[in-house]
Design a protein around this ligand. Sequence first.
Ligand code: IMP
Ligand code: MG
Length: 180
Amino acid sequence: MTYYPDPEVFISQERISERVAELGEEITKDYKNKLLNIIAISNGAVIFAADLIRKIRLPLHLDVVSAASYSGTESSREVELQTKLKLDISGRHVLIVDDILDTGRTISKVKEFVEKQNPADIRICMLLDKPSRRIIDLKSDYAGFDIPDKFVVGYGLDYNERYRNLPYIGLLPSELSSKV
Ligand code: IMP
Ligand code: MG
């Protein structure tokens, strides 16, 4: 069995929770009197989305789409989407929530899918942004933290499905990154 050491702290639990609260406040102001629909991208965004929506003081609807693109620390060109939205989002204000904006492929694919459902508008909220990795020219409307090109895990983010339940964001231990 592979040994998975505890990652070094990169963003602490306290900093995450402060920043999530700020994002929640900002979103609450911006969407006042609007019909807000959150679409979280699973699996990575489930923890962030769960914390974020409890900091948004507005009535909102929540739905989920699934996306997968990574194996180890490599982003594949093919993004697999599973999109059975349960709610009708036509005419509603959609906020797509994800864990990290890397090459931009996942979000652009999800955005394309959401556009086809005729929402009033679409915005993007990411916990993390790695601007230096971008391949598709995309910006998030709300971003928790800009980070350098390092592979991070925890708070929903995984390395081969491990570490999602880590309460902080950590750096992938070098003994694991050197194996890929
Ligand atoms: P993109 O499609 O290249 O923008 O990749 C976005 C997805 O790749 C994210 O939703 C994550 O699941 C995954 N990802 C990108 N960077 C990292 C990282 O540093 N750690 C863990 N997952 C990552
Ligand atoms: Mg993800």
